[in-house]
Design a binder for this molecule. Structure first.
Ligand SMILES: Nc1ncnc2c1ncn2[C@@H]1O[C@H](COP(=O)(O)OP(=O)(O)OP(=O)(O)O)[C@@H](O)[C@H]1O
Ligand SMILES: [Mg+2]
Length: 323
């Protein structure tokens, strides 16, 4: 009922993709993105993010499953579904020997936008992207950040209702990244639904209201950003200790203590907890710490928890490799 009234910006049902070489890139992915949402698709290399985006934007053929863009079934009306989407691909793919204005106008031409209208729109987009002074310069002379903004401006030429960006900030420095966040926030505030893929939890945290975490072709977690972050309020440390650990480990109220092997202690504690309490407890138990390290970054940690690799005690060798 709700569906018919306000269709999701994107609805994906049991999407599967097996490439010709036998790689199962998507193993039954379902997700729903609400109109107006800012949605992150988070996942490690090879998780299937680009494959998913490729299928949604009709660049990659699916093996099975269903894709609807604002209620339009891709299978039924591919052209219409495509015209609702603006895509910013993972790699910069415009002609470096063309000028930004021409790149935008020609792109609009593919979509059947009359030339005069395209020129007016290109000016508007270039001004918005703070690239108007570069409109007639050779694109290869643009800085990395400008090239990224040009990619976004190009995608916006067709006024898409859904803007999809595949790792828009991969490999760009923090200043450029912040600038792009601002651009994307503005586009979203003006009513465009945005989906982006990223490796950076920080990026998703800063921009997105909802997210899905994808790993090995499956969604392992999805929901509101805030709900997920509250679960991340735990910090993990590994302590390398001098002598073999006692059979009975010290109890540290609020923290979770576990032996990884005879000389390694794994402690999960609330972020707000004072580390000195841990040291005091270990000291009282006669455990001498030789060194300690942060278990991993939050995203990695999250993946480990979500994918269950960390759920069971791992053999020492594997733990050392992972750390
Ligand atoms: N054209 C292709 N032919 C065969 N296998 C492919 C092809 N494209 C991707 N794959 C495989 O499908 C899996 C998912 O790849 P995909 O590019 O979708 O991941 P990703 O999440 O975008 O990764 P990254 O973060 O590195 O961009 C990988 O195992 C990859 O090697
Ligand atoms: Mg990718």
């Amino acid at each position: 009922m709700t569906h018919a009234a306000t269709p999701a910006a994107l609805s994906v049902r049991d999407l599967r993709k097996t490439y010709d070489n036998g790689v199962e890139a998507l193993k039954g992915v379902s997700l729903e993105v609400a109109p107006g949402d800012f949605y992150a698709l988070l996942g490690p290399n090879g998780a299937g993010k680009s494959t998913l985006i490729g299928i949604v934007s009709s660049l990659v053929n699916k093996t099975s499953g269903e894709v609807r863009v604002f209620g339009v079934d891709q299978q039924v009306d591919r052209g219409r579904a495509m015209r609702l989407i603006g895509l910013v691909p993972q790699e910069i793919n415009f002609n470096m020997f063309e000028k930004p204005l021409d790149i935008l106008v020609n792109y609009a031409g593919f979509y059947g936008i009359p030339r005069a209208e395209a020129i007016a729109r290109a000016e508007e987009e270039l001004r918005g992207a703070q690239l108007w002074d570069k409109a007639h310069k050779m694109s290869r002379t643009l800085s990395g950040g400008m090239k990224r903004r040009l990619m976004i401006a190009r995608a916006m030429m067709t006024k898409p209702k859904l803007l999809i960006l595949d790792e828009p900030t991969a490999g760009v420095d923090i200043e450029i990244r912040r600038g792009m966040w601002q651009t994307l926030r503005k586009i979203n505030a003006e009513g465009t639904t945005i989906i982006l893929t990223t490796h950076y939890l920080e990026e998703a945290e800063n921009l997105c209201r909802n997210l899905a975490i994808i790993d090995h072709g499956r969604i392992v977690e999805s929901g509101p950003m805030r709900a997920l972050l509250s679960r991340l309020d735990v910090e993990g440390f590994l302590f390398d200790v001098e002598d073999a650990l006692p059979a009975a480990l010290p109890e540290i109220p609020g923290a979770e203590v576990r032996a990884v092997d005879a000389h390694t202690l794994d402690v999960d504690m609330p972020r707000a907890m004072d580390l000195n309490r841990v040291f005091a407890a270990l000291d009282a138990a006669g455990i001498r710490v030789r060194s300690m390290r942060n278990k991993s970054n939050r995203l990695e940690e999250l993946f480990v928890r979500m994918t269950g690799d960390g759920a069971t005690a791992t053999p020492p060798a594997a733990t050392e490799d992972a750390a």
